[in-house]
Design a protein around this ligand. Structure first.
Ligand SMILES: *Cc1c(COP(=O)(O)O)cnc(C)c1O
Length: 379
């Protein structure tokens, strides 16, 4: 089945009791049993819920995976993956990733004896040379948040699978419309569903998708034991969001391309980070593993003072100043003080994330209006 058809039909069957075409919101905590232990496959809603089940099937289908698991947030999904590990295990991950992932790794899991090794993953050799007998997981983000660095997923999978190391990819920035890590050899795909999958800035949710049954059982056990499950209303909203993923993503990509080029030609802009430029260091890999380049763009002004960045950030009208991304409306964000403030300044600067970097989540409004808004703000 082609993606557009999958996005609309995956996981959704007419409701067996009424024929309702849309999956009902099963707002229930428990299920009545016919006799002790005799039930219809649903016992208690932390473990199973029909609305969540429909969504998990849809998530699996759109990532070309066998199994999906939905969590109450993106970080809860990441948390579940790290809980597969034991004290003494090592994780190799990128040195430029979502601030909340970095915070979870350094501030929560390090004290349980799990070791995280941060490398520049854009060169897979840096990962390969960090592998030890304790390495159990490689955690990748591509494109990265916010510097839009690209890592070759298939190249990394080639050596992690040979060594029985799990490869997990945070696919939030690309969305399944642009990139499918399982097809490239990854073991687990993670999404902050909050972003492109929900698509309307009205829900917090995360998910994991995988092919291996045993891995699914382990992660399902963590999901129900630790309990970070999404409610049925949120699952319903995401099921609805997924139905228009392809239409939204096409427009995000088209607008992203227009704005990336416009910024690059603006005399007040020093540097634009967007993987669709032919001279972007990750362009060849992005072209190979992604279907298009998306609507996430970061840039720096020629006047690189924090004051000037703050002035621009406060001067847009259509681009709303807010954390998050992937909704139909455009957002503007200051990673250093907002999404990535949990990374120590010294670490940030070392990895190329300057105090004056501005990140855009280009929405699906009319591109002319978006350009005009930026033009007025940049001046
Ligand atoms: C937002 C985000 C997360 C965290 O997801 P939440 O839904 O906010 O918990 C993880 N990774 C990336 C790349 C993100 O943008």
């Amino acid at each position: 089945m082609k993606p557009a058809t999958k996005y609309i039909h995956a996981g959704t069957e007419p409701d067996p009791s009424t024929g309702a075409i849309m999956t009902p919101i099963y707002q229930t905590s428990t299920y009545v049993q016919e006799a002790p232990g005799k039930n219809k496959g649903y016992e208690y809603a932390r473990s199973q819920n029909p609305t969540r089940k429909a969504l998990e099937d849809a998530l699996a289908a759109i990532e070309n995976g066998k199994f999906g698991l939905a969590f109450s947030s993106g970080v809860a999904a990441t948390d579940a993956v790290i809980k597969l590990l034991s004290p003494g295990d090592e994780v190799i991950c990128g040195n430029d990733m979502y601030g909340g992932t970095y915070r979870l790794f350094t501030k929560v899991f390090e004290k349980f004896g799990i070791k995280f090794i941060y490398v520049d993953t854009t060169d897979p050799v840096n990962i390969q040379s960090s592998i030890t007998a304790q390495t159990k997981l490689v955690w990748l983000e591509t494109p990265t948040n916010p510097l839009m660095n690209i890592t070759d997923i298939a190249a990394v999978a080639a050596f992690t699978s040979a060594k029985n190391i799990l490869l997990a990819v945070d696919n939030t920035f690309a969305s399944p419309y642009l990139q499918n890590p399982l097809d490239l050899g990854a073991d687990i795909v993670m999404h902050s569903v909050t972003k492109y999958l929900g698509g309307h800035s009205d829900v917090i949710q995360g998910c994991l998708v995988m092919n291996d049954k045993e891995l699914r059982e382990k992660l399902y056990f963590i999901q129900k034991s630790c309990g970070a499950v999404p409610g049925p209303m949120d699952c319903f909203l995401v099921l609805r969001g997924i139905k228009t993923l392809h239409v939204r993503m096409k427009q995000h990509c088209e607008n992203g391309k227009i704005i990336a080029h416009w910024l690059r030609n603006n005399p007040k802009v020093a540097k634009v980070y967007w993987p669709g430029f032919e001279d972007h260091p990750g362009y060849a890999v992005a072209k190979k593993q992604m279907r298009d380049f998306g609507g996430m763009i970061s840039f720096e002004l020629k006047n690189d003072s924090v004051e000037e960045a703050r002035r621009v950030l406060s001067s847009t009208h259509l681009f709303a100043l807010a954390e998050s991304l992937g909704g139909v409306e455009s957002l503007i964000n200051h990673p250093a003080s907002m999404t990535h403030a949990s990374i120590p300044r010294e670490e940030r600067i070392k990895n190329g994330l300057s105090d004056s970097l501005i990140r855009l989540s280009v929405g699906i409004e009319d591109a002319d209006d978006l350009v005009e808004d930026l033009q007025k703000a940049i001046g």
